[in-house]
Design a protein around this ligand. Sequence first.
Ligand code: DAH
Length: 344
Amino acid sequence: MRERLEELRDEALAKVATAEDVKALQEVRVAYLGKKGPITEVLRGMGKLSAEERPIIGQMANDVRDAIKVEIEAKETKLEEAAVEKQLATESIDVTLPGRPVSRGSRHPLTAVIEEVEDIFLGLGFTVEEGPEVETDYYNFEALNLPKDHPARDMQDTFYFTEELLLRTQTSPVQARTMEKYKGQGPVKIICPGKVFRRDDDDATHSHQFMQIEGLLVDHHVRMSDLKGVLETFAKRFFGEDRQIRLRPSFFPFTEPSVEVDVSCGICGGKGCRICKQTGWIEVLGAGMVHPRVLEMSGFDPKVYSGFAFGMGVERLAMLKYDIDDIRHFYTNDVRFLAQFKRV
Ligand code: DAH
């Protein structure tokens, strides 16, 4: 029996030594140490041994079993370590590889235009005001010298919540709101960008919702030449130093006199082309000297103060500056359109 046990031990250890993976080790374990294995069999046959021999063989069988167990465990650890090592070697990460680029958005062209206009006017000493998009009839019309039933209201039909509450049709109500805030004390030098709403057909150049930037300057001795100087400075900074402006008489109820302001065409340089309809000029905004009644209604004494105001469409500025041919591009959020303004 002694020899049989030694033989089994040598056999098992040899198999452990040559086992190449955990599965092979598991097979050795089952084959030699399992309940139906040869060592258990030896132990079962111990009944035939003498009383002296029995504990010796029993001890020996236990030693052989322990020796095999210890070897299997040691080999198992070795194999596991080797496996980890191999995995580390094959799965190593190259931290110097460039990362996948994260796609970056861009400012919407209308936002870019508003920010640029704000920069220009901040540089001229203006501040930026805001007003509500849901406006009262009073601020949107009456305080701007457009009493109820005034025919000039027809051009600015809009969405009414009640008879007195509506979506503002222009940013001009911020003029009145701001003047009230200043309580009759100038100077007032503000611009106000924001959304406006009108009942309108939606086509390549019209939208029921668009954006405007309003301007208002109220102080002592403000003259038409101040208006012209500010607008010329603006046009040159925004469109380019080579641009000229021209004032044409017009009508707005809240300014007197009123003008339409044209900028010389950037495509033909003023010679006349398809874009400017052969006139050499492109209309960009409305302006004028603040009507004395408007000053008065908002708490400024027209004998002491005078002022000018202007209002321009943001979409129109953007279309002229970036050669955009359809106003609807601004609202459909097609990434192919928006991505063209990454560097603006
Ligand atoms: N609010 C006018 C419009 O929407 C634009 C405008 C014209 C604003 C003349 C002004 C101004 O402040 O003086 O058509």
